[in-house]
Design a binder for this molecule. Structure first.
Ligand code: DX5
Ligand code: ZN
Length: 242
């Protein structure tokens, strides 16, 4: 009897340990931003990400109006889709994002990340994105308050807290973001939602643990991966060393 009970608890213990290990392998999710990669060799960038523990590609689309920089658009999203089975998270830093929802779906986006500051009717934008079957993420700039999300947070899959002013890779992480992530996490837990927190900008080997401890579920990392000599190893460290 006693032996059976020990056997049972031992098995339970193993299951708990197994689940914990799986969770540790899954979190945080890591989305490399290709913005800092070598654009003359996108195929190599795809290979790095495909062969790594990364969970998805993060593609920064900039129009030179919403942000003071221009990056790339549909052709690059389509080209990357051909070279990967991992999901594409397309981060739109453009004005009038509603006009392009269908086109990014057709180009291969799996998640569309749209800025709260770029839309007039956020609920309609979220609905339009969800109708296509894509996941919806709403991004907020460093100056935008978490309180502005409360009315529609239950409708989205994730919230992207920008930890730099959108527009450029390689910027310094804004320290006040930690409190913002904590506040957002409290809102999500209080409302008992399954919304994930994505943090984008200035994340590296010196601060990634602190970002996760504040409540981030998904880390978007660009230059800390692609400025290194070994992007695959860098992704592994950023993803698992928490
Ligand atoms: C900034 C972009 C980020 C950026 C991240 O506007 O949204 O995704 O590329 O790059 P790092 O990690 O270099 O800040
Ligand atoms: Zn981004």
């Amino acid at each position: 009897m006693q032996f059976n009970s020990i056997k049972k608890n031992g098995l339970k213990g193993n299951i708990v340990l197994f689940n914990f290990t799986i969770l540790k392998m899954m979190y945080p999710q890591l989305y490399p931003s290709i913005l800092s990669s070598d654009f003359s060799n996108l195929q190599l960038t795809c290979e790095y990400i495909n062969n790594s523990l990364a969970d998805a590609f993060h593609l920064d689309v900039m129009d030179g109006v919403f942000v003071p920089n221009i990056s790339f658009g549909f052709p690059v999203v389509k080209a990357i889709k051909k070279h990967t089975k991992k999901p594409l998270d397309v981060h739109l830093m453009i004005v009038r994002p509603d006009n392009y929802i269908q086109k990014f779906k057709a180009a291969g986006a799996d998640t569309l990340t749209v800025h709260l500051e770029a839309t007039n009717n956020i609920k309609q934008t979220i609905l339009s994105i969800k109708e296509t079957g894509m996941k919806c993420c709403i991004a907020i700039k460093p100056a935008t308050e978490v309180a502005l999300l409360e009315d529609f947070i239950a409708l989205v899959d994730s919230i992207c807290v920008m930890s730099v002013d959108p527009g450029f890779g390689g910027q310094k992480f804004i320290e006040s973001t930690y409190t913002k992530i904590e506040n957002l996490k409290n809102v999500i837990l209080t409302k008992k939602l399954k919304v994930l927190i994505k943090v984008d900008g200035g994340i590296n080997l010196n601060n990634h643990k602190k970002v996760v401890n504040a409540g981030a579920d998904i880390l978007v990392v660009g230059s800390a991966i692609f400025d290194s000599n070994n992007p695959v190893e860098q992704i592994k460290i950023l993803k698992s060393d928490n």
